[in-house]
Design a protein around this ligand. Sequence first.
Ligand SMILES: [Fe+2]
Ligand SMILES: [Fe+2]
Length: 301
Amino acid sequence: MPRGLWTAMARFGEYSTEDVLKMVGDIPTFSTAVSHLLKQLRDPDSGLEEIAATISGDPGLCALVLRMANSPLYRQGYSAPATLSIPRAVHLLGRKTMESAVLSYALKSMVHTSSLAEKLLWEHAVACAVVASEVVRIMGSKNLDTAYVCGLLHDVGKTILCRRFPDAMHSILEDQYNESSEEDSWPSSVSLEKERLGIDHCHVGAVCLNVWQCGEEAAIACAYHHRPKDAAGRSVWPAVIRVADILCHKLEYGPIRRPAMDLKPVEKALRIETSEITALLAAWRKKIQETLRAFSENTAG
Ligand SMILES: [Fe+2]
Ligand SMILES: [Fe+2]
């Protein structure tokens, strides 16, 4: 990440990166295979064979890549028969989609899905990834993969806080789940975390995404998705993720559920009618379910 932009935008809390790392202790790391694969996927000089060799060395990644390459979700436009070849699967998916898939795999392996609260966080991450990429499509942008990654990782700080402060964090998530209402009177996750843990998920997530080198866009989206106005003029991603987040509350994916929420603010941001948004939400729900299925238990354990 360019130091200038990060330094300018990282003044969102009272703690430095070192303070945050001290507070959350050992942050989870990606496996060697995942880290190596992400580097290869971002390096235009690394070839298909090298990428396929890294995937072949990790049974979980093999299963993921084959399952995705053969799922209806990613085979749109391809009439070729199902493949069991890793190089062919990588070719079909493409580098950008592979990167999103591998980050999803890495995130899922951090989540304890035996906990309802963490399972809801995982579903919220996938839902927000899908919705964010649909939102930017409506806005006429081609950066669907960046939107997907920003949506996927925007609340990763909550998952990390669940590792460090399991009881306190699970209680915050359960309180939010039980108290979800259409009113904005219930305290936000940011204020509850600050009050009970001394730090919030935006700050923790942004620092970790920076350490993991997940890209400037994801770190900025994570840092500012609860106050996008503070990033206005520098990055569009916090505002995109805010809209996607609200739509995921409406769709009831995650600990915060607001099915009867008024869509006026979204209507304004997307410049489309509420009736149109309602129709889109039904289609997006289907896509979210398909994506969750592509990452089901036996794929990313
Ligand atoms: Fe959040
Ligand atoms: Fe969220």
